[in-house]
Design a protein around this ligand. Sequence first.
Ligand SMILES: [Fe+2]
Length: 339
Amino acid sequence: MIHTMDVAPPPAGFRFAPAALIANIPALPCDVFIQNGGRAVLFAGAGAEAEAISRRLNLGVPILIRQEDEDLLASALVAAIPGVLRSYRMGADARSRIAYGLATASLRPLLSYGARPDESDLLLSHDVVDAISEALAGDESLVGAMVAVMEQHPATYIQAINTAVYSVLLARRLGITHGEALRAVGRGALLHDIGKVRVPTQILDKPGPLDDREWGIVQQHPAAGQTLVLAALGTEPTYLHIIRDHHERSDGSGYPTGRSAHSLPFDSQLVAITDAFVALTSVRSYQQPTSAADALRTMRFVQKGQFNDEIMREFIALLAGWHDIRRHELGALLSLLGR
Ligand SMILES: [Fe+2]
């Protein structure tokens, strides 16, 4: 996985690049460098065979690219995802791990504080989630493997891809099996928190309760996300309501509007559930991650009434297939829900 490495910061104008993942690209889309005495030294030029380059690099040696090549590299990483997911040379575990790494590496710049996403950034993010969504629909062996490799990391880009994976799987279970509707769920779930790129990191990562001013800023992120996406695409995508609504709650206790279940679209209510689950089960600055069963218990009993019963029921049943949820716990979680 390619989080920021514990090494000296890159020289001005350069960015770290994920050496292990670059091996999955047929040819380098840009020059790559290694760091030597605080300077970036050219290691291989654009067009070189990426797999061979990657093999020559010792494990742990950070490689660099020019800052202006970040978009080129991200496009190449995303373009590699479908081939990795379909590869018959690797088992489902390896395919999932590499595709997840490629997805998170390419999404990180888009979903980090201060990002200014443009149309090509958003179209790239669509490609990421569409590729994963299609692969999960067509290859059942990938489903459990993908869930198993997902990290419990607090970063927005990690939570975004995790929420998208759960949302697509849950949508399929609820009968949204393909086409535009499934793509909307996946894309909306992936980009639901894009407005957080406008929320300062010291607020998002604050190790304690937020004051009124900070909470006010956090509550603006759904509207900020809508504005960002509309401005970048120049037209309203089919998933915009998911960004707008993901913190609304069935009982009207959510934000920003406090609308209740009858006025919330089904897919908004779906992503509200998967987002809440991912947040509870992730490492955060102010809380330890909870187990899947504890997270569901919190959502089912402590946050009672906040989530759609029917969708909640199917989500619990879905998760019971992959997470260690005991039979008697499952019965309690499912009691009196829906149908
Ligand atoms: Fe959010």
